[in-house]
Ligand binder design. Sequence first.
Ligand SMILES: Nc1ncnc2c1ncn2[C@@H]1O[C@H](COP(=O)(O)OP(=O)(O)OP(=O)(O)O)[C@@H](O)[C@H]1O
Ligand SMILES: [Mg+2]
Length: 302
Amino acid sequence: MTTEPPMTTTLTPDTTIDGVATLPPTEVDQPPAAESEVPEQEREVVFRLSEVEVFYGAARAVTGVDLDIARNEITAFIGPSGCGKTTVIRSLNRMHDLTPGARVMGTITYHGENLYSGKVDPAEVRRRIGMVFQKPNPFPKSIYDNIAYGPRINGTRKRSQLDDIVEHALTRAALWGEVKDKLKSSALGLSGGQAQRLCIARALAVDPDVLLMDEPCSALDPIATARIEDLMHELKDNLTIVIVTHNMQQAARVSDRTAFYTAEPDEEGRRVGKLVEYDVTETIFTKPGDPRTEGYITGRFG
Ligand SMILES: Nc1ncnc2c1ncn2[C@@H]1O[C@H](COP(=O)(O)OP(=O)(O)OP(=O)(O)O)[C@@H](O)[C@H]1O
Ligand SMILES: [Mg+2]
């Protein structure tokens, strides 16, 4: 059975405020789809990338990216350093708008709408599509104020409402128990793993639709890493997650689908990243279709 999802609302003039189109609502009002049991035709596409390439100035960083990212799935981006994983993940919430000289070519749709349309408000995009970076970056504020930051910007002022949001976000990020008695303490006093969960909670506090995670565990010990992986599993019932990771086991453990990128010299000898293969994670790791994927996942990448 295919139910029309609530997020594919077409942008119309009615949804335009001062010439800036608002994106469709994020509310999830249907049960999440079970992982990998979802037949191909029932996957709800959140992002569709068609012939995407990204330039930094005149240099083409990555090319040939065609893939669909589905709702309630965890999609992993893997591949050697410099192949464009960060470049592609940053294109999904228009982070490149903030990088002088960066240009995203091709088409990226988000719930069927052109993400790069002039009518779409990039600030709203980045609220809906949250990002967690490799290095946890708590603000030099209290734990409470870190989490309340986004909701306050969005206009939530009432203390009791903020209290609820803070507790809920920290609970979802599996950090509440560890910090509930020191919400007024500086977030800079947290351990690396706690700080990363704080950053995840901060992203969750504005109720995003998508969470982009660029190597979120690379600075963490195995225990903190396991906690974040458990957390990703819990979150994906309500969210769509894209993760960049250098940890092959992590990609195999957490993701439903995996995209393998590599970098190869173009006609002029400049290395350009490209998407080699994108498939169900099990397929990528057990019977990849491309010898370059196999070489990488078996550690024979040269
Ligand atoms: N801000 C930038 N300005 C210019 N070139 C950039 C910029 N960011 C990335 N690049 C180039 O784009 C290419 C892809 O880089 P990217 O950071 O996306 O790779 P990556 O796959 O994330 O690598 P890593 O695994 O090391 O993080 C590289 O050649 C890199 O030098
Ligand atoms: Mg990177």
